[in-house]
Design a protein. Sequence first.
Length: 229
Amino acid sequence: MILCYHRINPWYKNDALTVKPEEFKKQINYLISKKFEFVHLKQYISFPNSVQKRKIVITFDDGFEDNFLFAYEILKNLSIPFIIFLTVNFIGTENLLPRYKNKKKDRFLTWNEIIEMSKNGVEIGSHSLTHPALTELKKEDMEKEIINSKKIIEDRISKEVKFFSYPYGVYNKEVIEVVKKAGYEGALVNRKKRMKITQYTIPRVGIYGHNNFFIFKIKIWREFIREKF
C-alpha cells in the first residue's frame, strides 16, 4: 500500500495536514513491527499483486521544509525510502499555502535541501508548478503545470522524474493523457470509492493529523484487506 503524508512537525495541534514527529515515529514503528517492507515506488508498482501485500511506500505531497527537518531524519535513521512530490514554483521561495501564515515554519523546501535528499536516496516527483485543480485549466496551462514541473526538477537534481501526484486528487482523461505524454511512468491519487485503478491512477491512503493511532491502524488494515482481495 501507499501512504500519503503532507507535513511532519511539532508545531500544530489541529492542522489536518500535520502529523507530529512522535506520532509519525509510532506509526512507522508499528508498520515495522507488523513486518511490512518499505520499498521505493518503482519497486512497488513493479511487483505482481501476489507478492506486494506487505509492501509500503511512504509519500509526501507539496514539499514543505519540515519534510527535510523531521521526516527525512526519522526515515533516514531507519533506512526507509520515500518520495516527495514537489509544488515546483513554491520551492526556495517565501510563498505559503493560504492556510498558513508563518514564513519560517510553513515555508517550502529549498533546492539545496532537495538535492541533498536526492543524493541520499530520496525520490523526487512532481506535484505540478502551482498546485492548481488541473481539470479547471485551459489545456495549454495544464500542460505547462505537468510538463514544465518535470523538466525543472530534472534540471535541478540531474535525475529523471518518474512519478506525478495530482493536486487535490483531481484528474480526468485529458489530464492523464498529458501525464503520459510528459513521460511519467505513473501517477498517484488518494483512494476514492469505486475508482478505476491504473498505472496513472494509483491509489494511496491519506494519513492526517486528526487520525489518532486507532484510526491509523484501521486505515492500514482496511487497505491491506482491499489489496489482498
